[in-house]
Design a binder for this molecule. Structure first.
Ligand SMILES: [Zn+2]
Length: 253
């Protein structure tokens, strides 16, 4: 049965990844997420066999059926890696609280990477949906009062980020943290609780540092999307929760 579920979640992950690609590229341009996909170059409407995650790209040998232009390779790579991550989550966690949360985080990871790197936007709807799902899961697995306390953790993180953003922008006279980052902080607090979420924040600045330095020197770009690093840090802390808990215990007397 394990193999059956592992394959099912691989398929689900790859199908969702192609949907996430649509969400992350159409919503920032205020296009509808309904409606069929088109070829980027010749606008030819894709038929069902051109829409199968990963496999269509292989069948078509990476070219549009109509205009023969090369299709972007990141799309099948996204579908493949999202499928693999979904499948690994199942094999690692089985059907448990951590499994469902892991699927939510992987989904956010893909959507935020695409929309924030490409448009410097973190969309509201995936954050709202993730918050609701995480709240629901906490309620289901740990009871209502635990879920309600998590809301407070989310609110505290939101407030901390808001203050950092506020004083940061006063200090550097430019936007230090985007509105999307502050909303993402709510999800971090909600999921991890305040101490772990603060560790994720610290970790995210370490993750962002090499990229920020690189983009400052190579492209003179001062605006760096922070969302991908926040969500990566959130995922890492969630994956290694025990390790981070023992680091936290060092600070307790
Ligand atoms: Zn085409």
């Amino acid at each position: 049965m394990n193999i059956y579920y592992a394959v099912t979640f691989f398929i689900l992950g790859s199908v969702l990844a192609s949907f996430y690609g649509v969400v992350a590229t159409r919503l920032p341009e205020e296009k509808s997420i309904l409606g069929r996909s088109h070829c980027l170059y010749c606008n030819h409407t894709l038929s069902w066999f051109e829409l199968i995650p990963v496999f269509s790209f292989l069948f078509l040998r990476g070219k549009c059926k109509n205009c023969k232009k090369k299709l972007p390779v990141y799309e099948p790579l996204m579908e493949l890696s999202c499928g693999i991550l979904f499948s690994l989550s199942y094999l690692y966690y089985g059907f448990s609280y951590s499994f469902w949360v892991s699927l939510i985080l992987i989904s956010l990871l893909f959507i935020i990477f695409v929309s924030d790197f490409r448009y410097m936007i973190i969309l509201d709807s995936p954050l709202v949906l993730s918050s609701l799902l995480i709240f629901g899961l906490k309620w289901f697995y740990y009871g209502l009062s635990s879920a309600l306390w998590s809301l407070l953790d989310g609110a505290i993180l939101f407030f901390i980020f808001y203050l950092i953003g506020y004083f940061g922008s006063k200090l550097f006279s430019r936007e230090a943290l985007g509105g999307g980052d502050i909303k993402l902080a709510f999800v971090m607090g909600l999921l991890l609780g305040v101490p772990h979420a603060i560790m994720a924040l610290v970790l995210s600045t370490f993750l962002a540092l090499p990229y920020a330095t690189y983009s400052l020197f190579s492209t003179k770009e001062r605006e760096v999307p922070f969302g991908p690093f926040l969500i990566s840090a959130l995922f890492i802390v969630f994956l290694f929760l025990d390790k981070f808990s023992s680091i936290l215990n060092l600070f307790k007397f």
